[in-house]
Design a binder for this molecule. Structure first.
Ligand SMILES: Nc1ncnc2c1ncn2[C@@H]1O[C@H](COP(=O)(O)OP(=O)(O)OP(=O)(O)O)[C@@H](O)[C@H]1O
Ligand SMILES: [Mg+2]
Length: 561
């Protein structure tokens, strides 16, 4: 539509200023009332209508590239019919695109789009844009059945009302958003405290049971398994929270190495096999042989696959199936994880990868978790230059996750030696007895010291434990260990400083010393700091006994060679 022929600027001012102010106050005093937005707008329109002496008043709000009738007086049909006007077309559309008041003296001589205006016999119109921070959020227009020449002051006053209305609408929107954010936050805090407490219950109950009575060995083993499982679960929750906080701070780093995806996938499948077996879920794999080795962080990639598999198992009913494939697709390596489970409702699909978002966050939900897994999956995938998508035909119809890594980063023909050393990263080495090794444990936490001493002695090592860096340094003068197993955060002097002092004095001792930092400080920079202080290995807490023995045996071997 072209510009309406009789459109022109309103005529010269006619009201006295004090009258205008009273008028304005009368119109907008309800703006501060405790009405809902719709009620407020509707009340404003009643006043605009009576004070301006017009027959109709309407507010259209912007939705994308259209204006939608939201509130009207004298033109209620416009709202009921859900009239939509494209921006740039029709009377209201033009007010929006030109962002200024427009006046039509005679509708019959212009191309007004809205049929209801004609049906209601509206003849003259005045419209002003609803502006917020320079953008158009809608249009306010008034109309009369008899022909009328709106003047400039009418337009100015209507614009002032429109500005208030625009503010009201934006505040309402921000308020709703804040309310939603705060609701999500409350929900999340409730979930997190629930999830962190859940594994504590079996731990505490079993521990008190074990203390109170003597169980037969099978029973005791079951209790210990349950304790271990719960502790691991909790450690994973904390890891996930830390990962997400690293992601938010842009601090998640990859340790890139030539990596065989097929191997990463198999390792992740091994890790979830017990959970799948417990629920009678079959895992079928189809991994294309000899796909390229890519540059990646095998542990992080395993986390991606593990999360997808855990979800597939968690959200699939007993007796279901999970299929895992890896293949070359054009320029990509594509990994899919599909399940026959409960699927994802179309409305939730776009939110799947948002952190803390779960289809069911209620207290009665059937599944645990914090809603972090997929956010971590997406971030790690993207750090590798890849993409991840979810597909589901709908609820009850299963879900497929598709992860793609560009083959551009693939390292074709990487030599065997260059490839990720299999046993090192993932396979849990067989418990290695430490017969004859001398180990010095340094940790300010008495419980940790005790349990480490017990585990290491049990493996045949000769162990001494110190509670501080100073004590450890003194101990070295009289008793030289093969390996030092040291905490980092300790009151007084920390593990970094102890290690530096030992390495500086090492020439004087003239003997090899393996050193392992065992610490709850698990960020990449903590690891770098530990290595540069002189530790050979940085091992994040918690670590289980078998892994610890394997690590110590390895470090002792390296130190001795
Ligand atoms: N395979 C799947 N089938 C159906 N729904 C899924 C599947 N995977 C994820 N979802 C939905 O997406 C949500 C987010 O998944 P995500 O892995 O991020 O969190 P979570 O599994 O609930 O908790 P967490 O992974 O932190 O333990 C889930 O709560 C679930 O609603
Ligand atoms: Mg998950």
């Amino acid at each position: 539509m072209t510009r309406p022929e009789s459109t022109r600027e309103p005529g010269p001012a006619s009201r006295r200023p004090e009258e205008a102010v009273r008028w304005l106050e009368a119109v907008t005093d309800t703006a501060l009332g405790r009405l809902s937005l719709e009620e407020l707008l509707s009340e404003l329109l009643v006043r605009v209508r009576s004070i301006l002496g017009v027959d109709t008043a309407a507010i259209l709000l912007r939705e994308g590239e259209e204006l939608v009738a939201r509130v009207a007086k004298g033109l209620e049909e416009e709202v009921e019919a859900g009239v939509r006007i494209p921006i740039g077309r029709g009377f209201a559309g033009l007010v929006a695109s030109e962002k200024r008041p427009i006046f039509i003296e005679d509708v019959d001589h212009s191309q007004v789009l809205n049929p209801i205006l004609r049906e209601k016999g509206v003849r003259s119109l005045l419209g002003v844009p609803l502006l917020f921070e320079g953008g158009v959020i809608g249009v306010l227009h008034v109309g009369t059945r008899r022909r009328r020449q709106f003047d400039r002051q009418d337009a100015q006053l209507l614009q002032v009302v429109a500005d208030r209305i625009a503010l009201g609408i934006e505040y309402e929107r921000l308020y709703r958003e804040a309310e939603e954010t705060s609701r999500l936050k409350d929900e999340f805090l409730a979930t997190i405290s629930h999830e962190l407490r859940t594994p504590l219950t079996p731990i505490l109950v079993w521990v008190s049971q074990l203390r109170q009575r003597t169980f037969d060995p099978a029973h005791a083993a079951r209790a210990l398994d349950a304790i271990e499982r719960s502790a691991r679960m909790q450690a994973r929750l904390v890891d996930d929270l830390l990962d997400v906080s690293r992601i938010i701070g842009g601090k998640l780093r990859l340790d890139l190495r030539p990596t065989e995806l097929a191997w990463v996938i198999e390792a992740a499948i091994e890790a979830v096999r017990p959970a799948a077996a417990a629920r009678d879920i079959r895992i079928e794999t189809k991994l294309e042989p000899r796909v390229d080795v890519i540059r990646g962080d095998p542990e992080r990639l395993q986390q991606v696959v593990w999360n997808l598999l855990s979800n597939a198992i968690k959200f699939t009913p007993e007796g279901g199936r999970v299929d895992v494939t890896l293949q070359r697709v054009d320029a990509h390596l594509e990994l899919t994880v599909s399940d026959t489970g409960r699927g994802v409702a179309p409305g939730f699909l776009p939110h799947l990868f948002e952190r803390f978002r779960q289809a069911d966050a209620s207290t009665t939900r059937a599944h645990g978790g914090l809603g972090l897994g997929l956010a971590i999956v997406r971030h790690i995938t993207e750090l590798h230059g890849g993409t991840v998508q979810a597909e589901s035909e709908g609820e009850g119809k299963g879900t497929t996750f598709r992860v793609r890594f560009p083959r551009g980063v693939a390292i074709r023909g990487a030599s065997e030696q260059e490839r990720a050393p299999r046993g090192e990263t993932f396979a849990r080495a067989a418990p290695a007895p430490l017969g004859g090794l001398r180990l010095l444990v340094v940790d300010d936490e008495p419980d940790t010291c005790d349990v480490l001493e017990a585990v290491l002695r049990g493996a045949g090592a000769e162990v001494r434990a110190c509670r501080s860096a100073a004590e450890a340094f003194a101990q070295l003068e009289i008793w030289w260990p093969d390996v030092l197993l040291c905490d980092i955060a300790m009151p007084g002097e920390d593990g970094y400083s102890l290690m530096r002092r030992i390495r500086a004095a090492q020439g004087r001792y003239g003997r090899a010393l393996g050193a392992v930092a065992l610490t709850a400080r698990t960020r990449a920079e903590d690891r770098e700091k530990a290595l540069s202080a002189g530790f050979q290995l940085h091992v994040p807490k918690p670590i289980d006994g078998d892994d610890l023995l394997a690590v110590l045996a390895r470090v002792a071997r390296v130190a001795a060679s």
